[in-house]
Design a protein around this ligand. Structure first.
Ligand code: FE2
Ligand code: FE2
Length: 228
């Protein structure tokens, strides 16, 4: 589990720390619960196609992060230190690897790897791109909530993997879980270092609140049913 209080970087979030922590903790819990609910309903009919349908919007999230990170660097990169440009580029490379790995899992389950945004991931994607337009830190704040949220799915996924025997899924998500610790830590570090004004903090909170209401929804049994 990611320790959301373990922050490195500047003190740019100090004034909004309590709300940021509340948001991050609540999305972990919502996603954990949604993932448990999904695997409980999956147990009634453990069909690989259903598992694949559950993973497909997450494959899109991986490749959308690649597009978002590269646009973030192109548009705002010169406002960041060279170290942070490099780390954002490293994150982008890892998200591309995730898209490749998750794609292989989907194909092994008989599913189709998305090449355009799936309907269940559209509100999530639209919100991130809107954030990217608004402010140099807003998309980073939104995807930090989303990535923190996803960390709540790992434990229930590994438990279900043991129970139902989908080893390939577990192997891929164990690798992703390691990378996500770096992504989540990098996001908090950048927000803490570059948030300087009350306006910056308002935009960060707006982005985080908006993503809190969206991020966990693609993990629910209902979103999978809508996809089959
Ligand atoms: Fe990822
Ligand atoms: Fe990530």
């Amino acid at each position: 589990m990611v320790n959301v209080r373990n922050v490195r970087g500047g003190d740019g979030l100090a004034d909004i720390r309590a709300e940021v922590d509340d948001i991050l903790e609540s999305v972990i819990e919502n996603t954990r619960q949604a993932t448990e609910d999904f695997f409980e309903s999956y147990g009634e009919n453990p069909d690989p196609k259903i598992l694949s349908a559950w993973i497909e919007p997450r494959a899109w999230r991986e490749i959308d992060y690649v597009f978002l990170l590269n646009e973030q660097i192109r548009r705002y990169g010169m406002q960041f230190s060279r170290k942070h440009i490099t780390l954002l580029a490293k994150q982008s490379f890892q998200e591309a690897e995730h898209y490749e790995m998750v794609g292989e899992v989907i194909e092994s389950l008989g599913g189709t790897v998305p090449k355009s945004v799936p309907a269940q991931a559209k509100p999530w994607s639209d919100f991130l791109w809107d954030c990217l337009e608004r402010h140099p830190l807003a998309a980073i704040a939104a995807w930090n909530v989303s990535e923190t949220s996803a960390s709540g799915s790992f434990e229930p996924t590994f438990k279900a993997g043991e129970k139902f025997g989908f080893d390939a899924v577990v192997k891929v998500y164990k690798k992703i879980a390691i990378d996500e610790k770096f992504h989540v830590g990098l996001g908090v570090q950048i927000l803490s270092d570059y948030a300087k004004t009350d306006h910056d903090r308002e935009e960060i909170l707006r982005a985080m609140r908006g993503m809190r209401d969206l991020a966990w929804k693609t993990f629910t049994p209902a979103s999978v049913k809508a996809n089959i």
